[in-house]
Design a protein around this ligand. Structure first.
Ligand code: APR
Ligand code: PHB
Length: 391
């Protein structure tokens, strides 16, 4: 089999890349080790930056997002028992965010690719990449037990943090920059109508908590826990008790309680590789970087990477230009590092660190007081949260 761009992984990065390439007249094949149903049901993040929303709409995959997505014009920070609001449009020239679950974006992209005759091969096994430093890199895999080879002009490694493309780059080419945090998030989806129409990020002496949502009927909530937290120690009643302690504010606001539909623990790390390219392999999304979820940036970074990559590939196929491909990594990394900084900052400001003392506590409260009262502070939060420009 032969294609122009072989894409490993059908997450937001791989699917959006395939969609953008199709619109530019470039052929691709997406290879995914899981089933279609698995990737369409996987519960993950849900905050889309303004630029992500605009791109999905402009490229014809935003119809359901516009109907079902929840537009938010601000966010709450809660500390010392009080909530403070930061409004986005007035601080950013009209931008906001939309809450729309990642698996819904995945469903919309899969449907668009299938409708356009795009090739996505699910449930591939034993995938490996070869001849990355040649002009004809190859992907080998098995489908239904039969060995296959896909010969490509380029390979896009969109196979997430645990994928195989990044480890296929020879040792010594890639540098890793990393921070692992001494806590995690215990997250639940609950059948309870949201009691706030915007997200509430809470700093509390018992630890961080976040109130988010998925629809008019479903709330998404998180609380800071230990990285090795044992979920069996967390029956639903204990989760609600802890969430209510941390989230409730003096003005009487509290999350609505309801049946827990799903629960899980999410680890927290910051991770970046440099460069994001080796020969004709280009890495994008979680394969190249991880952000802690506090800034809600993972999906948005994946989308901005593949936007840069599709433009570089388009310049190559339309006019033989290789300069943009050569600059792919540097162009992405400038934005990635700004987003890493924001995610790290939000994480540091809002969590309780082991060993923190009274000084740390007061410093964190003062920082929250500052960023929610000074126009400069609020603008910093707002412009990063709705998404920085591509460059
Ligand atoms: N072969 C084929 N497919 C693979 C392989 C492999 N060896 N390894 C992983 N995959 C697939 C996974 O099953 C997954 O569907 O690659 C896909 C990677 O998708 P994501 O993990 O969603 O990564 P990405 O597309 O970069 O999107 C980043 O996902 O983790 C969230 O919060 C993060 O929102 C961010 C987004
Ligand atoms: C979510 O709704 O899942 C969510 C929202 C904001 C975050 C992280 C996750 O920062």
């Amino acid at each position: 089999m032969r294609t122009q761009v072989g894409i490993v992984g059908a997450g937001p990065a791989g699917l959006m890349l395939s969609h953008l390439l199709h619109l530019a007249g470039i052929e691709s094949v997406v290879l995914e080790c899981r089933s279609r149903q698995y990737i369409e049901d996987r519960v993950r993040a849900g905050v889309l930056e303004q630029g992500t929303v605009d791109l999905l709409i402009e490229t014809g995959v935003g119809e359901r997002l516009q109907r079902e997505g929840l537009r938010h014009d601000g966010v709450w920070f809660s500390f010392g028992g009080r909530r403070r609001h930061i409004g986005f449009p007035e601080l950013t020239g009209g931008s906001g965010i939309v809450v729309y679950a990642q698996q819904e974006v995945v469903k919309d992209l899969v449907q668009a690719r299938v409708a356009a005759g795009g090739q996505i091969v699910f449930e591939v096994e034993e995938l490996s990449v070869h001849d990355l430093d040649s002009k004809l890199p190859k992907i080998r895999y098995k489908k239904d037990g039969v060995a296959q080879e896909l010969i490509c002009d380029f390979i896009a490694g969109c196979d997430g943090f645990h994928g195989i493309t990044r480890p296929s780059v020879p040792a010594g080419v890639i540098a890793v920059y990393e921070r692992i945090y001494p806590f995690a998030w215990l997250g639940i989806l609950a059948e309870a109508a949201p009691t706030s129409d915007e997200l509430v990020y809470t700093y509390h002496e018992r630890g961080f908590a976040l109130f988010s949502m998925r629809s008019q009927q479903v709330t998404r909530l998180y609380l800071q826990c230990t990285p090795d937290e044992d979920l069996s120690q967390w029956p639903d009643d204990r989760i609600w008790e802890e969430l209510c302690k941390r989230l409730s504010t003096q003005d009487g606001w509290a999350p609505g309680v309801g049946p827990v539909l799903q629960k899980g623990v999410t680890g927290m790390r910051s991770f970046v590789i440099e460069p994001m390219q080796y020969g004709r392999l280009f890495l994008a999304g979680d394969a190249a970087h991880i952000v802690p979820p506090t800034g809600a940036k993972g999906l948005n970074l994946a989308v901005s990477d593949v936007r840069v990559l599709s433009q570089a590939l388009e310049a190559f196929y339309k006019s033989g230009r290789e300069d943009l491909l050569g600059q792919y990594s540097a162009n992405c990394l400038r934005r990635i590092w700004k987003v890493q900084r924001f995610s790290w900052w939000m994480t540091s400001m809002l969590h309780l660190f082991p060993g923190a003392d009274g000084f740390d506590h007061r410093r964190q409260l003062a920082e929250l007081d500052y960023v929610t009262s000074s126009r400069a502070g609020m603008t910093t939060v707002a412009e990063n949260y709705v998404g920085l420009p591509l460059d």
